[in-house]
Design a protein around this ligand. Structure first.
Ligand code: MN
Length: 230
């Protein structure tokens, strides 16, 4: 095989304890905490729905480091959404919720950065969300903690502060669709592959950041993700 140009570098995320996790796809769940669903105009009890980001939207941030993202173009309302990220280690389709945990390699703290003004405009017009969600550097992520090390995460605080002020606070036990149910639903629609990441949704309190802000996301058992906006 003769490639007509050099292929892009593999996208990887560092793992706690060593090694790099190669990223395949990024799936995201919409409106998965009741209070956030209500703040976005939903009823709080709807079937899960999904969107995607390109794999190279990830911004891996090493333990103890501060990641940097550039304020994106075309928006004046860049929002933080703190999320539990599930890293798939074993693929499959038609996975039952009861068997889903065996497909999880680990977890990370992630930010689903959103150009809210563009997303809202697309919603209003019934058009795809890609321009609001799937832009470059829209998926900062901390180290992936192996499930073998932290166990299955079913509850625990999830928070994000901006410049030291708490903005979002939730608990993983309040996910409308649990991680295992999400894997069942996703794998009914797509064949999951090793390397897939699932951003599982954000609790209430989403809001804007501007250049110079520093976001600090924390999930109990996973540590801190710190990201500055440049
Ligand atoms: Mn989100």
């Amino acid at each position: 095989m003769s490639l007509v140009f050099a292929p892009p570098a593999a996208v990887t995320v560092p793992c706690a304890g060593g090694g790099e996790f190669p990223v395949h796809r990024i799936y995201c769940v919409g409106r998965n905490y009741a209070e956030h669903a209500i703040e976005m105009g939903g009823s709080g009890r709807e079937p899960p729905f999904f969107f995607m980001k390109p794999a190279d939207a990830v911004v891996p941030v090493a333990e103890g480091a501060t990641g940097v993202i550039d304020y994106p173009t075309l928006t004046s309302n860049l929002h933080h959404e703190i999320e539990l990220v599930v890293a798939i280690g074993r693929g499959g389709s038609g996975i039952r919720a009861a068997d889903a945990a065996a497909h999880i390699w680990g977890y990370a703290v992630g930010l689903d950065m959103t150009r809210r003004d563009l997303q809202n405009e697309m919603k209003k017009q019934g058009r795809p969300w890609s321009i609001g969600k799937a832009f470059e550097q829209s998926a900062p992520i901390g180290p992936i903690v192996p499930i073998a090390r932290c166990g299955e995460l079913l509850s625990g605080a999830i928070t994000v502060a901006v410049n030291g002020t708490l903005r979002q606070r939730g608990d993983l036990k309040d996910l409308i669709w649990s991680v295992n149910e999400t894997i069942e639903q996703l794998s009914a629609a797509w064949t999951l592959q090793p390397g897939d990441l699932i951003y599982t949704g954000t609790p209430a309190g989403v809001g804007a950041v501007v250049r110079g802000d520093v976001m600090e996301g924390v999930i109990a058992g996973l540590g801190t993700l710190k990201v500055a906006v440049r």
